[in-house]
Design a protein. Sequence first.
Length: 362
Amino acid sequence: MEKIILTGDRPTGRLHLGHYVGSLRRRVELQNSGEYDKIYVMIADAQALTDNADNPEKIRQNIIEVALDYLSVGIDPAKTTIFIQSAVPELTELAFYYMNLVTVSRVQRNPTVKTEIKMRNFEASIPVGFFCYPVSQASDITAFRATTVPVGEDQAPMIELTREIVGRFNNIYGPTLVEPDILLPENAASMRLPGIDGKAKMSKSLGNCIYISDSKKEVEKKVKSMYTDPLHLSVDDPGHLEGNCPFIYLDAFSTPDHFARYSDSYASLDEMKAHYTRGGLGDGTVKKFLMKVLDETLAPIRERRAYWEQHIPEIYDILRQGCATARAAAAATLDDVRRAMRINYFDDDALINEQVKRFTNK
Ligand code: TRP
């Protein structure tokens, strides 16, 4: 069986470091590993519209922001098909058939949907389209016969639902769809990068983000303001690591190489943590080191972004081509689905004869 990746993002804003360690970095590694036959990365505009119906302009503006973020982090259109969800209408048709295989109560139990409903104050009036987006996500994944879906843990319930839909579909209509596996980030810090205020998760609505496209200056300013240990009042006090942003960011970003390059005092993050915990290491020093690590990570990304910002029409060409490639793949799956469901009336040679017999031998 082919190894195929599909993943994507809603174009509701620029992507931030949470997206980077939670998914983008891994995508680029997988892309360059040569282990996958096909890789699709989708800008999920139709899904973004499920809770932004009154603001399509926001989605329209952010498609290029997300595409720029993709190209900047190293997603390579020669290896990865980047496309826009709404340009593949086959996905919508598939979702309509899948909706019959999922119960309302099943979606109501989806913890990610539950949280989102609360966050958006949708309790009293949930748009039907929003409620159905987990089902539409199952079409995104299965339309491309994805075997692997690299996403953050908040997306786990969607992959689980997709596997259920695949199971039910294949059971009713015969083996047709591929069951995908989720691929989660390597460590807890990457799974759930906190915002610079130490709040649970980096998120645009909380205003606690470092964006992939932030300048070196902006990043430094944000690192300086990062939440650390409120009890660590003087350098000599023993410090606490729990909820301490700079250390969590180092968990997510630093490598032993960084210590070799930028630190005379420590060979590893563990040594640095040990010094902090026993006292004698100031937050400023930790933050300075983090700035170096982040700058090393972000400098090549900024460079690529500066290039692509001068080549915007080319990006739309990449997207147009990606959409054509994606559409062909999804259409082939939809053909299989229609055949399996026996709703392929006009290319089913047996159908006419079957009906002729039915009515002539009365
Ligand atoms: N729900 C994802 C998010 O909010 C975006 C998305 C849509 C997606 N369809 C997908 C992710 C299919 C993985 C696979 O980030």
